[in-house]
Design a protein. Structure first.
Length: 404
């Protein structure tokens, strides 16, 4: 796991009996055939209070889900990329409201989609670093399938997961597309964090993947986290599934032959990493520690506080996207790389104001609750993450276990 030893939950203000409910919950999902396998880790007061696995990482090969199973974390890459950029912010290389065009000139004269059949209009201002980190840049994702701009992305091949181009080439291509909205005007999930990756490269003078490894992944001791599963880790690499037409699991990415078995052309800050439960807990511990872990300081505590505060005018629903994945965005804001809980009652889910989180496309998720000194990491491999409400169910189970 993460170097901590399992300790008695009661010593950490948690109920063993209530945490044990997670075992039965996982078993029901696996026994029903809806999930191949999953793992849950709960960190409280710096110690692992619960770590459980159920089912298989690879059904075809009979590989059980284990604490060291390597999985595709997809968009859980975004918080690490955001931390990398904010380390350069602390180096004094930019301010949050600086235009990114000063470093990436392809974004100098952007235009905004103004309705089907009408010509795009000039952007009122440039995209800033804050816009990228908060997903208010006006950029989008081709897979959204919601607007004509999304279709333009698909037609042009703006895809950081599968492209054979370089990171800079795909970003420059995206800069030729119109924006969905004026910069800063609306929250829209997007390729923004892939653009963050290129900014990290340009500002640091290192390839993005090298900087991320040298300054974030290696100092945190995240030994299994990388942009592909290396040959000596393939025996621990999980298969990825989707729900087939008949409801049964269908293999969509074989862990021995799929694209994550080899280095990608583009190291995607938006969704390219594989990792393990133990590795991601180390990242969570660093964030809970105000930017430091085991004597390694990545960020100052005030920078962590800034990143995990809401930077939107209200919640995400008020900023234009009421729902994404299986979650409502009423009562949830967004910081610099993380969603931020504003009001659990409005969000209609148990939680704590100030808790921050995100998830990945293959049903992975994490949340960090500074007020409770707690973090939870959920790993599964079922795409898309909206298939079943497992994140919401696990939140209830984990918070219900708190005793003090």
């Amino acid at each position: 796991m993460d170097g901590s030893t399992l300790t008695t939950p009661e010593h950490l203000g948690l109920s063993s009996a209530r945490l044990a409910r997670i075992d039965g919950w996982m078993r029901r999902w696996v026994d029903s055939g809806r999930l191949a396998g999953l793992s849950v880790s709960v960190l409280r007061r710096g110690q692992v209070a619960y770590q459980g696995c159920c089912g298989h990482a690879d059904l075809g090969r009979g590989l059980p889900m284990a604490p060291d199973t390597v999985v595709r974390i997809y968009s859980m890459t975004k918080p690490l990329a955001s931390v990398a950029l904010m380390m350069l912010y602390e180096d004094g290389l930019f301010q949050l409201d600086d235009p990114i065009s000063a470093v990436l000139p392809a974004f100098t004269r952007m235009h905004v989609y103004d309705g089907e059949g009408r010509d795009p209009v000039p952007a009122e201002r440039g995209i800033t670093y804050r816009d990228l980190l908060t997903h208010t840049s006006g950029l989008t994702y081709g897979f959204m399938n919601a607007t004509p701009v999304d279709a333009m992305y698909r037609d042009a091949g703006v895809d950081f997961q599968t492209s054979g181009k370089t990171l800079a080439e795909v970003v420059d291509l995206a800069a030729t597309m119109p924006l969905l909205a004026q910069p800063g005007a609306a929250w829209n999930y997007s390729i923004a964090t892939d653009v963050v990756g290129l900014l990290v490269a340009e500002l640091s003078g290192q390839p993005f993947g090298d900087f991320l490894h040298d300054r974030v992944i290696a100092p945190l001791g995240m030994v299994d986290t990388a942009f592909h599963a290396a040959p000596d880790r393939l025996h621990r690499f999980a298969a990825n599934y989707a729900r087939g037409a008949d409801g049964a699991l269908a293999l969509i990415d074989d862990p021995m032959t799929g694209r994550f078995t080899r280095p990608p052309a583009v190291q995607s800050g938006g969704g390219g990493l594989v990792s393990t439960a133990g590795d991601y807990l180390r990242f969570c511990r660093m964030m809970l520690g105000g930017g430091t872990l085991a004597g390694e300081r990545l960020l100052g505590r005030k920078t962590v506080a800034l990143m995990t505060s809401n930077h939107l005018r209200g919640d995400m629903a008020a900023m234009g996207q009421a729902r994404f994945s299986e979650s409502s965005y009423e009562g949830i804001g967004f910081g610099l790389g993380f969603s931020v809980m504003l009001d659990p009652a409005r969000a209609q889910i148990v939680g704590t104001p100030g808790e921050y989180a995100w998830g990945g496309a293959a049903s992975t998720a994490f949340w960090i609750d500074p007020a409770e000194d707690m973090a939870v990491v959920l790993l599964a491999q079922l795409t898309p993450s909206s298939t079943y409400p497992i994140r919401k169910e696990l939140r209830v189970l984990t918070y219900a276990a708190l005793t003090n």
